[in-house]
Design a binder for this molecule. Structure first.
Ligand code: ZN
Length: 359
């Protein structure tokens, strides 16, 4: 089963639904259909709309600052607007993080004003009573969902939740990005462990699910930040290997397997008549059954989409580009000519050496 399902795009940003949200929508739909009570389904659809608008607020603020959003993933308790790069400028991160909950509170405020104007203020409490019988009930529900979603995301200071981003950006004003991240991810992990324990005690599956999400997210944030710090000042040129072994697109996979065996690299640029036409890796080879190697040519299984980078780019940019594309290497091209290859292994080896030298 896939984790995320693409459901469309908005402002050119792909919109994905996390499988947990999809199951929840389906479950509430069936539940409402069976019980002939549209309430639960309306509730989940309103939640869906609110989460989407929340994420969109982050995205629009990010775009205002020139930060690209590669996709938005919707989860039942919020979402993730995947930024191509987390802004190191605390003011930007603060503004982007606060935009989502800020939107929820603004909408909550407006709906509250309408509810009060209608003389229905007394019906706000009990807060968790959510029945839908009239248009006012719908308004009350929308108000509550916005307040809950805004509060939940803003007041838990755990990266990668909004509250954690706000917290990190505030720390970063004083301590700088890296130190702030170290502290914020440490606290986020503690909160995650606490949430998981609480979830196990209650028991509440949602809390456990969110705890996992926070723990994994915080760990990743910490790693990315550390890699950025260690690679600071290094260029692709400094880390690429210039002894590039290319293979011809007309050789068979059998011959390619021998190249891998002798050269011991995992990926090779493919050339045809001296021109770069693709890239082939060990995993491309392993997808083809052994008995077909003698009759299959490299050109038939290689990847034609070339991911390249200039030797003058920052090494950390190479790392981010590989992570985003889910590949292990980039071709280094200068003036239309292949001058080297940079792999995740090269980067990690450098990091390892730097770590040893620091100790
Ligand atoms: Zn948010």
């Amino acid at each position: 089963m896939k984790d995320n399902y693409r459901i469309g795009s908005i402002f050119g940003i792909p919109l994905e639904l996390h499988v947990s949200f999809l199951l929840l929508l389906l479950f509430f739909f069936i539940y409402s259909a069976v019980t002939l009570n549209p309430g639960p389904f309306i509730y989940i659809v309103l939640l869906f709309a609110t989460v989407t608008l929340h994420e969109l607020s982050h995205s629009l603020m990010a775009m205002r600052y020139g930060v690209k959003i590669s996709k938005i993933t919707l989860l039942p308790f919020g979402g993730i607007a995947a930024m191509e790069e987390i802004p190191k400028n605390p003011r930007k991160e603060f503004a982007i993080a606060i935009a989502g909950p800020g939107f929820n509170f603004a909408v909550g405020g407006i709906t509250l004003a309408v509810i009060l104007a209608l003389g229905e203020g007394h019906r706000i409490f009990p807060f968790f009573e959510m029945k839908i019988e009239s248009a006012t009930d719908l308004l009350l529900l929308f108000f509550k969902i916005n307040i809950l979603l805004g509060a939940f995301n803003l007041f838990i200071p755990a990266l990668p939740m909004d509250g954690g981003r706000v917290f990190r950006s505030l720390l970063a004003f004083k301590l700088g990005f890296s130190a702030a991240t170290e502290i914020a991810t440490g606290i986020a992990k503690m909160i995650a462990i606490f949430m998981a324990l609480l979830g196990a005690l209650l028991p509440n599956l949602w809390l456990i699910f969110i705890a996992f999400f926070v723990y994994i997210g915080a760990t990743q944030e910490g790693e990315v930040s550390r890699i950025h710090l260690m690679l600071a000042g290094l260029k692709v040129r400094d880390l690429m290997s210039t002894e590039v072994v290319t293979v011809d697109e007309d050789i068979t996979l059998q011959e390619f397997a021998e190249v891998i065996f002798t050269k011991k690299h995992m990926g090779y640029p493919v050339v045809s008549g001296g021109k770069l036409v693709g890239i082939i890796t060990f995993s491309d080879l392993s997808r083809v059954p052994r008995e077909k190697w003698a009759t299959t040519r490299v050109g038939e299984v290689m990847t034609r989409k070339l991911l390249t980078i200039s030797p003058e780019e920052e090494a950390s940019e190479a790392f981010m580009r590989m992570a985003r594309a889910g590949v292990g290497r980039l071709l280094v091209v200068s003036g239309g000519r292949l001058v080297g290859i940079i792999s995740k292994t090269d980067l990690l080896r450098t990091l390892e050496i730097m770590r040893l030298m620091r100790e």
